[in-house]
Design a protein around this ligand. Structure first.
Ligand SMILES: NC(=O)c1ccc[n+]([C@@H]2O[C@H](COP(=O)([O-])OP(=O)(O)OC[C@H]3O[C@@H](n4cnc5c(N)ncnc54)[C@H](OP(=O)(O)O)[C@@H]3O)[C@@H](O)[C@H]2O)c1
Length: 218
């Protein structure tokens, strides 16, 4: 399958770090914020050369995979209809210390399950959440490197999970698919996986323990 066109919504810390790595890995990458593309283009010249600046609407329409790298509290600015069928990587975390309280996320569900409910036709995959933006480049390693870290993913659509897993691998990390979107409850803020810096086998073991402990059995 041809490489997906990647659109990143958000040009802050995580958005630009992912844009740099994805461009380096050979992907066609666009970036949008709520600001006009000319303003973003100037920023990208320095922060992510090779990534295109677009309007948010054009970015979503023209991308096969959209990475949500905007503040979680802005999610209602997304147009659900525009995300129908799109692989949508939710990199957003609920972090009240920086964003304030968002009562709908004070829930036993993960924030990505709530985003999936808001974007019912999107193929949501949770990813890029449990590592700091500065670690993406600092810790990226080629496949097979003994020091390669792992990144957890979770989503309800196996084909979407696989496309995101390939992106994770190509930018420098071993992907570990935890399961469907419910499994993303196991690697959010405050879990032992968040910031752990685990390799693939360590991460798989941590996830298995968390899934056993917190997910209801079918
Ligand atoms: N920082 C990390 O290490 C890290 C790691 C994992 C996950 N996360 C999560 O990733 C998300 C972004 O974090 P960050 O640290 O990158 O934040 P940030 O540096 O504040 O950047 C946020 C970006 O989102 C853009 N934005 C705001 N409203 C938007 C909208 N309606 N449409 C499109 N773009 C919009 C902002 O653009 P303007 O300049 O136009 O406002 C800015 O470029 C958060 O949910 C955070 O929890 C962060």
């Amino acid at each position: 399958m041809a490489d997906p066109v990647i659109g990143i919504l958000g040009a802050g810390r995580i958005g630009t770090a992912l844009a740099r790595l994805a461009v380096k890995a050979g992907y066609d990458v666009g970036v949008a914020t709520a600001k006009p593309p000319a303003e973003i283009a100037l920023l990208l010249e320095f922060t992510a050369p090779g990534a295109r600046a677009e309007t948010a609407a054009d970015l979503v329409a023209g991308s096969d995979m959209v990475i949500l790298a905007l503040p979680l509290g802005k999610y209602r600015m997304l147009d659900p209809a525009a995300f129908a069928g799109k692989i949508t990587v939710d990199a957003m975390n609920y972090w009240p210390q920086t964003e304030g309280n968002l009562p709908e996320f004070d829930s036993p569900l993960s924030s990505s399950e709530i985003i999936q409910a808001y974007l019912p036709q999107a193929r949501v995959v949770r990813g890029f959440n449990h590592m700091g933006y500065h670690e993406f480049e600092q810790d990226a390693r080629p496949a097979g490197d003994v020091g390669r870290r792992a990144m957890a993913l979770a989503g309800n659509d196996d084909a979407a999970n696989a496309v995101v897993a390939e992106l994770v691998s190509r930018i420098g990390f071993d992907p570990v698919v935890a399961g469907d979107l419910r499994a993303s409850r196991c690697f959010g803020i405050g879990t032992p996986i968040f910031g752990a810096g685990a390799n693939a086998s360590e991460l798989a073991a941590l996830l298995a323990r968390r899934i056993e402990a917190i997910l209801p059995k079918d």
